[in-house]
Design a protein around this ligand. Sequence first.
Ligand code: NOJ
Length: 535
Amino acid sequence: MSGTEARVYLWWQKGVVYHVYPRSFQDTTGNGIGDLEGIRRRLDHLEWLGVDAVWISPVYPSPMADFGYDISDYTAIDPLFGTMEDMDRLVTEAHRRGLKVIMDLVPNHSSDQHPWFLESRSSRDNPKRDWYLWADPAPDGGPPNNWLSVFGGSAWEWDEATGQYYYHAFLREQPDLNWRNPEVQDAMLDVMRFWLDRGVDGFRVDVMWHMVKDHRLRDNPPNPDYSKDQPPYNRLLPVYSTDQPEVHDVVSMMRHLIDEYDERVLIGEIYLPIGKLVAYYGEDGSGAHLPFNFQLVELPWDAGKIYAAITEYEASLPPGGWPNWVLGNHDKSRVASRAGVEQARVAAMLLLTLRGTPTLYFGDEIGMRDGLVPPDRVRDPQALNLGDPSFSRDPQRVPMCWDDSEHAGFTTGQPWLPASPDTNEVNVEAQRDDPDSILSLHRRLLELRRQEPALQIGDYAPAGLDGNAFAFVREHADRCFLTAVNLGEAPARLRAARPTRGTVVLATDRRREGERVEGDVQVAGNQGLLVRLDS
Ligand code: NOJ
């Protein structure tokens, strides 16, 4: 790039993604389940908050065995969530407000009720037989190999009528599609075209690293680090059932299609160590724009570990690979529960000032904690299948808290999962006008991020670690910011590795704002500071 040529940054690089789990965001029909019209009516909140895009978990027709991640029609809307007109209206209105809409795409598996699978299982010589993964029994009549389902038990389901097993990485109601079959590839690319033509701004692709499996169906080896507190799936290392080299060809097909359209985004859900994760950017940018980076979700809330992961991640990105950070989602315990209510504020500062696209999970902006779901109300198939409520994802899926009315303003009916017990303070209405609330903190961070290219697109440089606290610098043109976060309770003093002179412009504790910083940076426990460095 020549010195005069300014690099152009796209919306998904500069912007912030807000993840909505539609069942739990806003119900407008009184059936206790959120819907598309509910999201539309709450666009005010997203616009006011200052995010740039909304990613919506699946809203396609589904028997709801896995709450929409089991799709029976990829090009329609489930009546539970509304109609195609509702979807179109949502996209149009979001666009009018300058918000992008990202759909969830689940290409790895369909519902067992999808017409493709019904045909596929109807006979061995059905033309769609090879659209799914069918295999003969092992010599002893058991499953073809030892692969396990993420949701417990063998990943193979016996089909009596045709005398073969089919593979399902998740529920038996979610058979895996055969991505080696060109007809499957064409069909799913057509699905993508359908939504892109309707104006959606991109996809978050479910379990991208699962999409291709070993051709020879070799057994997975045992995991030497397995411990009993882990889900049974972790007993084996999924070296043959996931992350196969050929998956990158599939991702590049998707990317190729995306590139036919203007400024659409391809995001991949990928739970892999950094070294393997970054391969999903593809050779010469032929892969996903944003292979989701789950370090902040997966790592213990420990300054040393997180600081090291940031360094490793930054160093591993391929040329042109744009970073991203995820703090929470519908599958993982919420940050305010994982790291604590006070740390949720620190986490917000970290998420929104690190280099790369942040993804914010709905409700985290008000500091929602995991909900309390009594045993008789557990709905998550993962917990029910494993027979262990500790694996339930329901707590992070309880309804959004809008106000302190009954069911938190989410529904006038009975919510599908109980509203949080702490809705009195933890709700949008109570926090909106409180300048000290975590909601205001998010809004102010988002506003500053939008105003300051250094925070949106600036370079990253580590600036020191001391016990529980660490700091880093973001820099663009003549603007320079230092973020200092303390992930523990004890105060910390961060040694200035370079001259640190500046003013605290934003802090998790507003009393520190306006303070001058000269030399070392003192950060109290559970505190985060954003310092604008003198130029
Ligand atoms: C990942 C999704 O986020 C999760 O909710 C779902 O259960 C699995 N993929 C299977 O689709």
